[in-house]
Design a protein around this ligand. Structure first.
Ligand code: IMP
Length: 208
């Protein structure tokens, strides 16, 4: 595969994720664009039963569209979420849809805290999971999973990040993931680590 005729399309509409992937993938020296920048608008139904399936559904759908248009690109997609052990790994793949897509995270976070009322520290374990899927121009596909382990806190803390960050307590850092700077979070996060792992796959697959 030739580095000059290939770019990376990241299947997301989320500008925060785009910023992160641009930072992490910059040293590959490839053009990196969002679906929107690639002029692709697709409604994708995420009906998989695992993070891997949902990430691959998104990457494969975009890759099909790129091919249909006669283009070339490595297509990446991610799927991520929060698993709370005491809640049988809920909300898991339904993290964005938990209590309804439009429900605020203040409400979602308060609900999770209330479902853990009276649960001691050692049983409040949880993790953020991220899977990055990639489909290459020759049809080869890969996925990489990474996690960051933590505990559900007792109240929201911190103003950075998004989603469940304010209730995700990191014992080694003594703060919630919403109290980390974005650089610190990228360095240790599920998404940062999964993207780093995928970068190695891209290097190998493309001979960079
Ligand atoms: P996705 O965009 O379909 O992967 O949805 C993932 C959902 O999981 C997000 O909407 C958040 O609710 C949650 N989530 C994933 N990663 C994080 C994170 O780093 N911090 C906070 N919430 C996250």
């Amino acid at each position: 595969m030739n580095k000059d005729d290939t770019r990376i399309i990241f299947a997301t509409g989320n500008s925060g994720k785009m910023r992160e992937i641009r930072m992490i993938m910059a040293d590959l020296g490839l053009e990196i664009c969002s679906m929107k920048e690639a002029g692709i608008e697709l409604e994708i139904v995420e009906n998989g039963t695992s993070f891997e399936e949902n990430a691959m559904i998104k990457a494969a759908a975009i890759a099909r569209e790129v091919k249909r248009r006669g283009g070339h690109a490595v297509v990446l997609a991610d799927d991520s979420g929060l698993e709370v052990d005491y809640l049988n790994k809920e909300p898991g793949i339904y993290s964005a849809r938990y209590m309804g897509e439009d429900t605020s995270y203040t409400v979602k976070n308060a609900n999770i805290i209330s479902r853990l009322a009276g649960v001691p520290d050692e049983k409040r374990t949880a993790r953020f999971v991220c899977v990055i899927a990639a489909v290459f121009t020759d049809g080869a596909s890969y996925s990489r999973r990474a996690v960051i382990e933590g505990r559900i806190g007792y109240e929201e803390k911190g103003e950075n990040g998004f989603g469940y960050d304010p209730i995700f307590y990191l014992p080694e850092y003594g703060c919630s993931s919403a109290e980390l700077s974005s650089e610190e979070k990228n360095r240790i996060s599920h998404r940062g680590k999964a993207l780093e792992a995928m970068k190695e796959v891209i290097r190998e697959e493309m001979g960079l």
